[in-house]
Design a protein around this ligand. Structure first.
Ligand code: G1P
Length: 295
């Protein structure tokens, strides 16, 4: 039987953004602009370009700016129309025309697994993708699309992974896995044997870190309901996947592309500089400016 089509993407966005204080005191971290687009819009566009048609954003207190961003802004559109700013008007409309976005609320920040569980009713009985907007991934084929191709082939949940330096593994979920040959390549797809959230480097089973893109099946919800709080006292998605492993195979995919941790100050700066340099309207003058800095 072919794998059921994935139409929905869940974006957990209720986190407090403590890594980015004070900017995130009164503003959601998902709305920090990378050049001129909020971080979360990169993820939403990646989902759309991967064939996703329904976006579900799990928000929390103080996150209304996200809803306003994807909504129609009549006043702004009207003003731009009167002033004949057609290019800007198109940019603004493009955002609200992007896609159907629905919101659900995570009342308490109880962890990533709990955030995903909050989307249960909206996801219903369908496979879905989960996108952590902090992880901005620049790739020729959108990362979600790459994972969907693996999901469709194996008919099983798939997580994005990448190799990280051994000492950094404690910032991630980590997998223990065996490579599986796929499409002539032997080191891209892995069948997961075990997973652990934020292990000490000395206890990590590998240097393959989970990155914030997942294709999940609806049985993950029951698994989330049945786990205890884990790392940091939170309900961890990694722990729910570990439980799910008892009843079905789960795969990991070493995606093609470059990942930026935009939820971290240094990662955000790197993404800003690289994205700006690649822009046809800003890249040239920005490069010239950077050259004048005595680095
Ligand atoms: C979350 C996940 C972790 C994953 C990481 C990727 O952690 O729990 O497994 O490796 O995202 O960015 P967080 O960064 O929210 O602490």
């Amino acid at each position: 039987m072919p794998a059921a089509k994935v139409r929905k993407a869940v974006f957990p966005a209720a986190g407090l953004g403590t890594r980015f204080l004070p900017a995130t005191k009164a503003q959601p971290k998902e709305m920090l602009p990378l050049v001129d687009k909020p971080i979360i819009q990169y993820g939403v566009e990646e989902a759309i370009h991967s064939g996703i048609t329904n976006i579900i954003i799990v928000t929390g207190r103080g996150k209304t700016a996200i809803e306003d961003h994807f909504d129609v802004s009549y006043e702004l559109e009207h003003l731009l129309e009167i002033r004949k700013k057609t290019e800007l008007l198109a940019l603004v409309r493009e955002v609200s025309d992007l896609i159907n976005v629905a919101y659900t609320r995570q009342k308490e920040a109880r962890g990533l697994g709990h955030a995903v569980l909050c989307a249960r009713e909206m996801v219903a009985d369908e496979p879905f993708t989960t996108v952590l907007a902090d992880d901005v991934i620049d790739a020729e084929t959108p990362c979600i699309r790459q994972l969907l191709d693996i999901y469709e082939f194996f008919c099983a949940p798939v997580l994005a992974v990448m190799e990280v330096p051994h000492e950094s593994i404690s910032s991630y979920g980590c997998i223990d896995a065996e490579p599986v040959s796929h499409n002539g390549s032997k080191n891209k797809v892995f069948r997961i044997r075990d997973l652990v959230e934020k292990p000490k480097p000395s206890e990590a089973p590998s240097n393959l870190a989970i990155i914030g893109r997942y294709v999940l099946t609806p049985d993950i919800f029951e698994s989330i309901e049945n786990i205890d709080p884990g790392a940091g006292g939170e309900i961890q998605l990694t722990d729910a996947l570990r439980r799910l492993l008892r009843s079905r195979p789960i795969y990991a995919y070493k995606f093609d592309g470059k990942r930026y941790d935009a939820g971290d100050k240094l990662g955000f700066l790197k993404a800003t500089v690289e994205f700006a340099l690649r822009r046809h309207d800003l890249g040239g003058p920005f490069r010239e400016y950077l050259k004048t800095l005595a680095l």
